[in-house]
Write a protein that binds this ligand. Structure first.
Ligand code: GLN
Length: 537
């Protein structure tokens, strides 16, 4: 069987957290820079339908796509590296696979057959992998298998990979990411865990074509020979993946190791040209040679697990590079901020960002942070709940409505300045009940937002239930907080600003989901610029 799309499977061995997402994104970047159209997909072996209902402490941030899919944070890396939007098809969980198979069973689609892991679950997995390939838009689909080989949860996925490699023969390869630990007592790098993990894959019928070896020290020639011999891979297919200073250097490290060349050889594709990485190189040079440094306070309730704000922290790296500035993030726990310590904790910051979130925990601290930024003319950026807190703070301390709140937290408050949209009130099932994905927004000419974007028509991604309550809009605008961005169809407020303040912008949407290396997000770029100006003054 032949197929015009090529498939690369990325599996992981030895331990989790080796960075399969970054390796996949780096490989994709190199292939894209050679002119191929590439997409990356993540298969997650957990039973949740999607990460939307998962606590960020579990797997970090939930990334949202244009089509409103709530997905794994690795999709954020894919988009930041490739600058190509992903979609629901790029993230599939075991929960979704089973849900779909069970729905088909209920509809009688299996014609009375016994429904089993093989072939029904594996067929569903294979179908999901090929949805992207069959679109005709991609030359290469990279599929990252979540988890570690040997996990019970991963078994059906590895079996699906085995079947696809068998069926599509020359069009599939397997890249296995493993760890070569360094034993400091012995002063040696050890290959045994890698040998075992490859054996485990072989037991499942999968022979990896390429081994990406995560390591803290360079791999010598003898060690590479040893790995090649024990694992049946060619010498040039033992790829060293040494720890990097920033994830954005990994594509260069992979290029030096010729990962892209080996991949193309194994897929039977031409290898003559090389990847043109000049733009990427410029970006790295800017990261490594900043002209100035600023401190931005990031106020959130999940700051113990920084992955919860992955897209925000990466957006600052992009916006920092654009401004030739190093952005130091000062992580501030919103639960620990109050009126007594806010001055001490926030003074000296060049800008303050109040993060998105759900529920009441830490919201009082977020409102305190907004107040500090507003009263002290510190550049302020509020995202989603952060924007809502800015609205609440303004209502309380400028409009004098001490009891103003969001109905998410205080359902019967007398001043519901943030409230739920009528059409959402009837939905009670968790998951997929929010305003999700891309919506249009019309910006006011002359506003800080429209200056930043350099256009008045934008589209941004959403993930929230509550909205600015337009019943109060006149009162806000008369007192100096202006709605500078609105949804052109529904009139819902998308952006608020205080024009009197040096830079005070709140966005109901999530700009961080659209910042990439090639296109740093305009609002982050403008916010960093405002913080640099603030520092100078
Ligand atoms: N909890 C708020 C809402 O649902 C904000 C959500 C968010 O910050 N993503 O509207």
């Amino acid at each position: 069987m032949s197929n015009s799309t090529k498939y690369i499977f990325v599996t992981g061995g030895v331990t989790s957290s080796l960075g399969k997402g970054i390796i996949s994104a780096s490989l994709a970047t190199l292939l894209q820079s050679r002119g191929y159209s590439v997409t990356i997909q993540k298969l997650d072996p957990y039973i949740n339908i999607d990460p939307g209902t998962l606590n960020p402490y579990e797997h970090g941030e939930c990334f949202v796509t244009d089509d409103g899919a709530e997905t794994d944070l690795d999709l954020g890396h894919y988009e930041r590296f490739l600058n190509v939007p992903t979609s629901q098809a790029n993230n599939v969980t075991t929960g979704r696979i089973y849900q779909s198979v069970i729905e088909k069973e209920r509809k009688g689609e299996f014609l009375g057959k016994t429904v089993q892991v093989i072939p029904h679950i594996t067929d569903e997995i294979k179908e999901r992998i090929q949805i992207l390939g069959n679109k005709g838009t991609f030359d290469i689909v990279i599929t990252e298998i979540g988890g570690t080989v040997g996990d019970i949860e991963s078994l059906p996925y590895v079996e699906a990979v085995r079947q696809m490699v068998w069926e599509f023969d020359n069009d599939c390869i397997v890249v296995h990411l493993t760890l070569i630990p360094y034993l400091s007592a012995a002063g040696e790098l050890k290959t045994k865990p890698t040998q075992h993990s490859v054996k485990q894959l072989l037991e499942l019928g999968v022979q990896p074509d390429i081994l990406c070896c995560r390591t803290e020290h360079p791999l010598g020639l003898d060690l590479r020979k040893k790995i090649a011999k024990f694992c049946n891979v060619s010498m040039n297919a033992v790829i060293e993946s040494i720890d990097a200073k920033t994830i954005y250097e990994v594509p260069f490290l992979m290029q030096e190791e010729e990962l892209d060349k080996v991949v193309l050889e194994k897929l039977g594709l031409p290898t003559k040209s090389t990847a043109n990485m000049s733009k990427w190189k410029k970006f790295i040079d800017r990261i490594n040679n900043p002209k100035t440094t600023i401190n931005i306070g990031l106020v959130g309730k999940y700051v113990e697990l920084k992955d919860s704000y992955k897209s925000i922290s990466e957006s600052f790296i992009h916006a920092g590079a654009e401004n030739e500035c190093q952005v130091n993030l000062v992580w501030l726990h919103s639960e620990k901020l109050n009126s007594n310590n806010v001055e001490k904790k926030l003074s000296g910051l060049d800008g303050i960002l109040v993060a998105p979130g759900f529920g009441s925990r830490g919201i009082a601290g977020k409102i305190e942070a907004v107040r500090y930024a507003r009263e002290n003319n510190v550049p302020f950026f509020g995202i989603c709940l952060g924007m809502q807190c800015a609205v609440i703070e303004f209502a309380r301390h400028v409009l004098g409505h001490e009891e103003a709140h969001t109905t998410e937290i205080s359902e019967d408050c007398p001043y519901p300045v943030i409230s739920m949209m009528e059409e959402q009130k009837t939905i009670s099932n968790m998951g997929g009940t929010m305003r999700l994905g891309a919506y249009k927004c019309q910006l006011k000419p002359g506003s800080k937002a429209s200056k930043a974007y350099n256009t008045d028509k934008i589209s941004e991604r959403h993930r929230h239930r509550y909205e600015f309550n337009n019943d109060f809009l006149k009162e806000f605008e008369a007192a100096g907080m202006i709605a500078t961005g609105k949804n052109p169809e529904s009139g819902l407020v998308e952006v608020i600003e205080i024009p009197e303040h040096p830079w005070f912008v709140g966005a109901q949407f999530h700009p961080e989901y659209k910042s990439t290396v090639a296109n740093p997000h305009p609002l982050f770029v403008a916010f960093v610029e405002a913080a640099i100006t603030n520092k100078k003054n």
